[in-house]
Design a protein around this ligand. Structure first.
Ligand code: PMP
Length: 434
């Protein structure tokens, strides 16, 4: 009996090979640190202010209204009212007729949309071009699908004297980008507006990417979750609207970012049926179905936005206006203490240079951990302020490329941003007083 129970313990390896090297996740570590130590959390990207009333009311109506079917499964590829309104909305933005049933699919947040794309399109041995710094999940998702990530960096141009740096100062070298395309390249993943920098790719920059995609017959997975969060009158250009791109692009969006409801986890993909049919195959064999009430409420939110499109009462007009002000407050706070901000053109993130604070967190020359990561950990433990190191948005081989920056999220209440400012001011005073 004893020998049987000993035998019952498994000795064979259990982990599938596809999980090799992707077990670490920056968010698991930093979310835990923030929960344990932070007084002010500007780390993970989510608003601490409430979503718009019309959306909360739509959710309540969906839950407690007459239609009891809203508590049951709905269509696997998207609740009909939601795909219909998304098709109308994005049809208008892209200037083409979209079929709600074949050109749109709803997912569990943009995260699942990304996962579906990599699973559907990436074959063993395929290369996928990723622009650094990048939203960290792209790399493990490509690897899990059997693909090889190929990285190309945005490089920071030297700032002009006396001027604040801008996310526009981070640029791709067109020749370097072109050199990454090969016969193995299956797709490029584009994220504009970009997390973590807040860079909004210009039409010219997107045209360079589009030309290469067409020339090498490559797919474009376009992560546009921050599509409404652009500032200073900048324009968000949809790469799917450029010459030759509709046919090869999947555009990804998120109600979480769009309506300040990251916890609802409603996302979508828009693209030609030729591509979306394969996303549906992954979807029907994995998640299958997304929460009905959340989809119903988001559908109503989009319907409202369609009616108020471009008008001052539109949430997609109001939210960026409010966030631009918050961005400016945080830029000022950081600049005042010498933590040099890179002013973002979009998103609700901002990256700041920590070089002037280096004396507080001495370097450990042989450490394998990038400096900014040790700095961010020290800061949350000693100052109670949580942020994310920029190195977390680089692959292992390039993690020290720009490791003297940390990323802050400014989608926060005034009181939260003020509390962050107080911490920074106090810190600066302690540094300067003898
Ligand atoms: N893409 C980017 C660039 C993101 O920043 C995020 C969320 N942080 C996502 C995708 C995932 O979005 P969702 O919460 O809708 O899954």
């Amino acid at each position: 009996f004893l020998s049987l129970s000993l035998q019952a313990e498994m000795s064979r390896p259990v982990q599938a090979r596809r999980l090799e090297g992707i077990d670490k996740n920056i968010w698991v570590e930093f979310v835990k640190l923030a929960a344990t130590y932070s007084k002010v959390n500007l780390g993970q990207g989510f608003p601490d202010f409430p979503p718009p009333d019309f959306l909360k009311e739509a959710f309540l109506r969906a839950v407690s209204g007459e239609n009891k079917m809203l508590h049951q499964y709905t269509r696997a590829f998207g609740h009909p009212p939601l795909v219909k309104t998304l098709a109308q909305f994005f049809g208008k933005l892209l200037g083409r007729d979209l079929d709600p049933m074949t050109n749109v699919m709803v997912t569990v947040g943009a995260y699942q949309a990304l996962f579906n794309c990599f699973q559907a399109f990436v074959e063993e041995g395929d290369e996928v071009i990723i622009i650094e710094p990048f939203f960290d999940c792209y790399e493990p998702m490509v690897k899990m699908a059997g693909g090889t990530p190929v990285f190309v960096p945005l490089r920071l141009k030297a700032p002009k004297d006396g001027e604040l740096m801008s996310s526009a100062d981070w640029q791709l070298d067109p020749a370097e980008l072109a050199s990454k395309f090969s016969t193995q390249t299956k797709a490029i993943i584009l994220n504009s507006p970009n997390n973590p920098l807040g860079k909004v790719f210009s039409r010219g920059e997107l045209e360079v990417i589009a030309e290469l995609c067409v020339k090498h017959d490559v797919l474009c997975i376009s992560d546009e979750v921050y599509e409404w969060l652009v500032y200073d009158g900048k324009e968000h250009v949809r790469i799917a609207s450029l010459q030759g791109m509709w046919d090869r692009t999947v555009s990804i969006g998120s109600a979480g970012k769009t309506f300040s409801i990251t916890g609802w986890k409603v996302g979508w993909t828009v693209g030609p049926n030729r591509l979306l049919q394969h996303l549906r195959t992954v979807h029907q064999n994995s998640v299958y179905h997304c929460a009905t009430v959340a989809q119903e409420a988001v559908a109503q939110g989009f319907q409202r936005e369609l009616e108020h499109y471009g008008k001052p009462e539109s949430y997609f007009v109001q939210l960026p206006k409010e966030l631009q002000q918050k961005r400016d407050w945080l830029v000022q706070s950081l600049d005042a203490v010498g933590m040099k901000p890179i002013v973002p053109e979009g998103t609700y993130f901002l990256v700041a240079d920590i070089s002037e604070f280096k004396s507080d967190v001495p370097d450990v020359p042989d450490s394998d951990e990038p400096y900014d990561s040790r700095f961010a950990k020290w800061m949350v433990k000693n100052k109670g302020l949580a942020a994310i190191p920029l190195s977390a948005f680089y692959c292992e081989a390039h993690k020290n490329s720009y490791s003297h920056f940390i990323r802050f999220c400014f989608a926060k209440e005034e009181a939260t941003l003020k509390a962050a400012n107080d911490i920074l001011q106090k810190w600066k005073q302690e540094k300067t007083s003898p």
